[in-house]
Structures are given as structure tokens and as C-alpha cells.
Design a protein around this ligand. Structure first.
Ligand code: C2E
Ligand code: CA
Ligand code: CA
Length: 703
């Protein structure tokens, strides 16, 4: 109740005053507000209870003063406080001061002080009155929120606050503005669909519904942000409902994921890829030469430590060059891929494979317990190649020659192990390919010989150190000369006559066979035409031709030119191609041989029975003759199996309407068997060894 000056007597007025004083004190304590006054005449101060508590002192335990306040103020606020007091006295207007004190208990407190001057009737200042408020908590909060908003503002990820009701932007931090290239003012005019252009109002409504239903405080979504200039980028956005400036809103945290993928992941991926590329062969994904060197180093150090041994396989595809030359690199590449696939299936997980380049591969078989383990794996590899490879319309037979060296038996260093495996591989090539050879010390001399051979073979071609021997082919039905086979001999200046068995495989490997066969062809054709001019009838000339030769683009034109040059008639000619070479790539052979046959030249299949002929292909090949391989003739009369094969070949030839000749016939028994079973021609020592031309002339004159 207010005091009524007219009606209230003094005790009533005092009572009312007391009541007001009490309620004021209550208010003061609730608000944690301290009040104070300073008598400017006596310099005495009066503090309320709360004022003492603010200074951490027991109420009314000291005589308060303005000095007490000033002496507890932190030094940096002193000047400001004195300034305020001065202004207060001069202006007599209420003043506000904010500063920090340190209490005797050691607490730093932020205070907000409001003060006013009280004057007497003559307008002379007599008192300073005021309140002190402990605002430590508020200041701390303010500071915290300032820090938080600066964190939000400076954050590297884009942060947006959007009005929940209308989806207008309420806030966007620096990163967001930078990313979108809008100014703060511009974005506050925009709606979320202006930036997230693939979103629709309905889409947003669904999203909000989704959000209400899930248990998580936020939802995450990948969206596309469109910049002011219309370009866009992908972001991962996290959306969370909040209250912002009293409004329902949602905050969106977005980070540019295109950037993410491009910079952390891409670098990682790329370095991994580069590492893999540096150590792997692109075509087969096997380890490459560099990685193989490392594998071999490791194998040696492990074997050394464990006292174990390992085997190094050196593999080379047989006749790979022919495949590449005839069908092109893309088919060659597929063959290599298929080869490496099959090879991988033949070895254990702990063993390693590498492609050194071209058609050369290596395998390291670790921890070899016994020699037979090596043979088992080598045979497994050879067997794995038996199934023909089908690439496009080509059926290809791939075989491999394997050379093997063993650690520590053959060598203990990398270079020697590799060299010895390579040497053994060449030995396997010379042994007819499609087999494996274990290194032996004798092979080093052989490898040396091979290098010498290579050089002297090149010289031999230049100097035409080749002569042709002729071996007659006799029709045993009528005892007439059917023709003769031209067989090359190398007249080496120091070694004497070198057998073709010793240099033809090398010549094929080095692609020198093409040259050699052309030399032989020319010599033999000249000889034939000379004999016929002398009235000697030599029959047909059988020329051995390597598939490599037939694949030469100019083969046919060269053949006809040579015939013309030598005055040789094409009806006199027959070409021998081995079954293995034809069946290596039957589809291609069919095409090539058809072309030759279309030119009126007959073709016979040499070494028949040793390859992989199938009836289907034989039917399609334009052949005139099958030549039964010597190995079956050798079986007569003791080996029933071989003899059964001969009978089968003869039956096959008859059914296909093909001529027959048996090679390597040495005995009368063999000849009789062949005659009885219907093979019309034979060739062999029984009639004559291959003869040089002068001796052949004598044979022709006497036969
Ligand atoms: P091939 O075409 O199977 O020739 C038959 C081989 O058997 C010849 O060996 C011949 O001397 C031998 N031979 C013939 N009859 C008998 C016999 O009754 N008993 C025995 N033990 N052997 C007999 P050669 O002349 O050493 O030729 C070996 C191989 O070299 C040939 O096998 C052929 O594949 C190849 N060759 C020879 N001359 C040429 C040529 O000019 N060009 C090509 N590309 N290869 C050739
Ligand atoms: Ca032959
Ligand atoms: Ca033969």
C-alpha cells in the first residue's frame, strides 16, 4: 500500500515504509541485485546485504566505502570507473558501468553498476545511489555464444539456417557464401529451392515428414547445389531442426563431396594405382619384370634363412610369333591373357608368376621338397594348355616350352638362376617344344653354342652356305618314282655338314627360316628343271615349308616368280606343312592353304598323327596327301598300337580321298605292311638316304 501523506499518521506511514523496505529487500535478493549509497558529505557508505555477498564478504562485517570498490576493481577498469564518477557529478545523469572485480576470495566477477546522483533542495549533490548486479554468468554466456557464432561463421563446411515454415534462408556462413558465390544480402532473399534446384516444394514436404518420423536428430542427404552462375556441385548435407531467433528453423551442414572425392580419395586411389601399375603387367595383371626381380630376391633370402630350395620356371610360348604375325596383336594379346589365366591355375597360392614381356613368363615354386614336385607342376602346366583356345573364330593350340633352374642346387644368385632357366628353356625348344627341361651344367656349353650358331646362321644366309639333298619317294604299287623331298643341309665352313634338326628350330625362332626356305626352293627348282631338260624324270618336288613362310604376304607372288625364273612347272610342286603347325591355328591355315591350292599347287600334311587333327578340319583343308609320321612306321612290326594307328590313318585318308605316303621306311617288313594296308607311297632308307644332287642324278639314271 502506498503512503498517503494527507491521511496517514506517522506510525502508519512508518509501518507502510517498513513493509515497502521489506519487499524491496526481497526483490533485491531474488534479483541478486545489491544496492548501495555513498554520502558525499560524510563519505560514509551503506551497502545492502546482497552487495556484501557480491564481494564475497559476510554481510555487514566491514565498513564499506567507494575506495573498497575501487581497490577491488581490476586495474584495466579503474580509469573507466573514475571517468564515470566524474561524468555522474558533472552531468547528474544516471550512468552505467560494466567492469570486473577480484574479490578477496580470489573470484573474478563481472559487475553491472547503475548509479545516480541525489541532490538537496539547493540542487547540491549529497548522495550517490545505485545498484550492483553480478553479471559474471551472462558475460560468460555472451562470450561463449560469440565464440560459437564465430566458429559457425568461419567453419569450412557450408552452414545454412532456413526458416522451417517457408524454407527461406535466415543465415548462411562464409563458406556457404563463398561456395554459392552469393552475398549475405542476396542469400537472405532466396529460398532453399533456388540453391537445391532438384528439390521441389513437395519434395521438401516429404523430407520434413520423413524427418518427423525418424528417431535420429538429423537426416543426411546428397544433393546438388547450384551456384549464382548456374554451375553446380555435389554436397553431402545434414539437416537438423533448431530454434533460431525464436523461430522454428533447421540448420543444414553441407560439404562438397566432389571436392572430397577429388582430393583425399583420388590421391589415395591414384597412388595405389600407380604403385600397382609400376609393379604389374597391364595386359595380364601379373607381376612385371621389376616385380619379378623383387620376388626372386625375396625367394633367395627366404630359402637361405629356412635352408629350403625353390624352382624357377622360365616359360615361352611356342610359335607365338606366328600367331601374332598371322592374326594380329589383338589376338596375340588374348592368347597371352588366356595363357596367364591357365598358368595361374596350375600353381599354389604361395607361388608367384610374372610376365617378363612378350611371351616370356616366370614362375617361382617355393619350398620344393622333392624333385618330383617340380615335374608334377611342369606337367600340369603342359596339360593345362591341351584344350584349344577359342578366340573370335580362331581355334588355337598353344603350347609352351619350360626351362627350370633350382636354388641352391644350380645357382645362388638371381642372374645365374634366370640365365640357367632360360638356357634350359631353349633346350626344351630344341627338343621339339611343348616340354620342360631341368637345367644341367652341360647346357651352359649348349647355350654358348647357340649364340655362336645364331651368328654363324646369319652368316650362312648371307653366303648361301646351304645345299639341298634329295630323298626319293617311291610308289610301291607300281615301283615307280613318285617324286622326291628336298631336305636342306648346312655346309658349315668348319663344322662340315650340319643337320636341319640342329638348326631349323633356331632358324624358326629367329625368323630366319623364311630366308632359308627361299634359298632351298630356288636351288631345288633350278635342279628339277635342269634334270628334266636332261631327260631325267624326277617326279614331284616336295618342299618343306614353315608356316611362317606361308604367312608372308608375298609368298605366292614370290613362289610364282621363282618358278618362272627357274623354268619350273607348277604341276611339279608339292608343299609339305607339318600337322602341328597347321593345327596350331586351323581356321587360319584353311584360308592360307586354300589360297595356295587355288593356285594349282598340291599340299601334303607332314608328320601326320603327331598333332591334334580333327576330322572336321581335315575335311575343310585342301589337301592332296597325308604323310604318316616315321614314329608309327618305327612301330612296325612289334607295336600293335602304332600299327593300329597306321591302319586308322590309311582308312581316314581313303575316306577323305587323300593320297598317302609313309616316311622313314627302313625295312622290307615295314614296306610289306604298308603295301598290304593300302599305303601307296614310301620314303626311307630302304630306297635311299637323302642324296646330294650329283648322287641323286645317278639314282635317277639307274632307278
Ligand atoms: P621331315 O620333313 O620329316 O624329313 C624327314 C626326315 O627324316 C629327314 O631328316 C630325313 O633325312 C629323315 N629320314 C628319311 N628317311 C629316313 C629313314 O628311313 N630313317 C631315318 N632314321 N630317317 C629318315 P632331315 O633331312 O634331317 O630333316 C629333318 C627335318 O628338318 C625334316 O623332317 C624337316 O622337318 C626339316 N627340314 C629339312 N629340310 C627343310 C627345309 O628345307 N625347310 C624346312 N622348313 N624344314 C626342313
Ligand atoms: Ca618333310
Ligand atoms: Ca616328317
Amino acid at each position: 500500500m502506498p503512503i498517503d501523506i494527507e491521511k496517514d499518521d506517522v506510525p502508519t506511514a512508518l509501518k507502510k515504509l517498513k513493509a515497502r523496505e521489506n519487499s524491496f529487500r526481497l526483490l533485491e535478493s531474488i534479483s541478486r541485485l545489491g544496492s548501495w549509497e555513498v554520502d558525499l558529505i560524510t563519505h560514509q557508505s551503506i551497502w545492502s546485504k546482497n552487495s556484501y555477498l557480491i564481494y564475497d564478504i559476510k554481510p555487514f562485517s566491514i565498513q564499506p566505502s567507494l575506495e573498497y570498490f575501487l581497490s577491488h576493481l581490476l586495474p584495466e577498469y579503474l580509469q573507466k570507473a573514475q571517468q564515470i564518477i566524474k561524468e555522474l557529478m558533472q552531468t547528474r545523469q544516471p550512468q552505467t558501468f560494466q567492469g570486473k572485480i577480484k574479490t578477496d576470495a580470489g573470484n573474478i566477477k563481472s559487475l553491472l553498476i547503475n548509479s545516480q546522483v541525489v541532490c538537496d533542495a539547493d540542487n547540491k549533490p549529497i548522495k550517490l545511489v545505485g545498484t550492483t548486479q553480478d553479471i559474471t554468468q551472462q558475460v560468460k554466456m555472451e562470450q561463449k555464444s560469440k565464440e560459437l557464432s564465430s566458429i559457425v561463421e568461419e567453419s569450412a563446411s557450408e552452414i545454412y539456417i532456413v526458416d522451417y515454415k517457408n524454407d527461406n534462408y535466415l543465415y548462411a556462413n562464409k563458406a556457404a557464401l563463398n561456395a554459392l558465390e552469393y552475398t549475405k544480402e542476396e542469400i537472405l532473399q532466396l529460398n532453399i529451392v533456388d540453391v537445391n534446384r532438384e528439390l521441389t516444394i513437395e519434395g521438401i514436404a516429404t523430407l520434413k515428414k520423413e524427418y518427423e518420423q525418424i528417431n535420429s536428430p538429423y537426416i543426411s542427404k546428397q544433393v546438388i547445389h547450384t551456384r549464382k552462375d548456374g554451375t553446380s556441385y555435389h554436397v553431402q548435407s545434414q539437416l537438423q531442426k533448431i530454434v533460431y531467433e525464436g523461430k522454428d528453423a533447421y540448420v543444414i551442414f553441407s560439404s562438397d563431396v566432389t571436392q572430397n572425392i577429388k582430393v583425399s580419395e583420388l590421391v589415395k586411389k591414384q597412388s595405389k594405382l600407380l604403385q600397382h601399375r609400376a609393379s604389374h603387367d597391364e595386359l595380364t595383371n601379373l607381376a612385371n619384370r621389376a616385380q619379378f626381380q623383387e620376388q626372386l630376391t625375396n625367394a633367395i633370402s627366404v630359402a637361405k634363412k629356412e635352408g629350403s630350395s625353390f624352382a624357377l620356371f622360365f616359360l615361352d610360348l611356342d610359335h607365338f610369333k606366328d600367331i601374332n604375325d598371322s592374326l594380329g596383336h589383338h589376338i596375340g594379346d588374348k592368347v597371352l591373357q588366356e595363357f596367364s589365366k591357365r598358368l595361374s591355375k596350375c600353381i599354389r597360392a604361395q607361388d608367384t608368376i610374372a610376365r617378363l614381356g612378350g611371351d616370356e613368363f616366370t614362375v617361382i615354386l617355393h619350398n620344393i621338397a622333392k624333385l618330383s614336385d617340380i615335374a608334377t607342376v611342369a606337367n600340369k602346366i603342359i596339360d593345362a594348355m591341351k584344350i584349344p583356345v577359342k578366340i573370335a573364330s580362331n581355334i588355337l593350340h598353344i603350347t609352351t616350352s619350360i626351362g627350370i633352374s633350382i636354388y641352391p642346387e644350380h645357382a645362388q644368385d638371381k642372374a645365374s638362376l634366370l640365365k640357367f632357366a632360360d638356357t634350359a628353356m631353349y633346350k626344351a625348344k630344341d627338343k621339339g617344344r611343348n616340354n620342360y627341361q631341368l637345367y644341367s651344367t652341360g647346357m651352359t656349353a649348349y647355350a654358348y653354342k647357340r649364340v655362336i650358331m645364331e651368328n654363324s646362321l646369319r652368316m650362312a644366309i648371307k653366303e648361301e652356305q646351304f645345299s639341298v639333298y634329295y630323298q626319293p619317294q617311291i610308289n610301291i604299287f607300281n615301283n615307280q618314282l613318285a617324286g622326291m623331298e628336298a631336305l636342306v643341309r648346312w655346309q658349315h665352313p668348319t663344322l662340315g655338314i650340319v643337320s636341319p634338326i640342329d638348326f631349323i628350330p633356331l632358324a624358326e625362332d629367329l625368323s630366319l627360316i623364311v630366308e632359308i626356305d627361299r634359298i632351298v626352293m630356288k636351288q631345288a627348282m633350278k635342279q628339277f628343271s635342269a634334270w628334266s631338260k636332261h631327260g631325267l624324270y624326277p617326279g614331284k618336288l616336295s618342299l618343306n615349308l614353315a608356316m611362317q613362310q606361308l604367312q608372308q604376304n608375298d609368298f605366292i607372288s614370290n613362289l610364282f616368280n621363282t618358278m618362272k625364273e627357274c623354268d619350273f612347272q607348277k604341276g611339279w610342286l608339292e608343299l609339305e606343312v607339318t600337322e602341328t603347325q597347321v593345327m596350331n591355328n586351323p581356321m587360319h591355315s584353311i584360308k592360307k592353304l586354300q589360297e595356295i591350292s587355288d593356285n594349282g599347287i598340291s599340299i601334303s600334311i607332314d608328320d601326320f598323327g603327331t598333332g591334334y587333327s580333327s576330322l572336321a578340319y581335315l575335311k575343310k583343308l585342301p589337301l592332296s596327301k597325308l604323310k604318316i609320321d616315321k614314329s608309327f612306321v618305327d612301330d612296325i612290326p612289334n607295336d600293335e598300337d602304332g600299327m593300329a594307328i597306321i591302319r586308322a590313318i590309311i582308312a581316314l585318308a581313303k575316306s577323305l580321298n587323300l593320297g598317302l605316303i609313309a616316311e622313314g621306311v627302313e625295312t622290307e617288313v615295314q614296306k610289306e605292311f604298308l603295301l598290304e594296308n593300302g599305303c601307296e607311297c614310301v620314303q626311307g632308307y630302304i630306297y635311299s638316304k637323302p642324296l646330294p644332287s650329283q648322287e641323286m642324278r645317278k639314282f635317277l639314271e639307274t632307278f
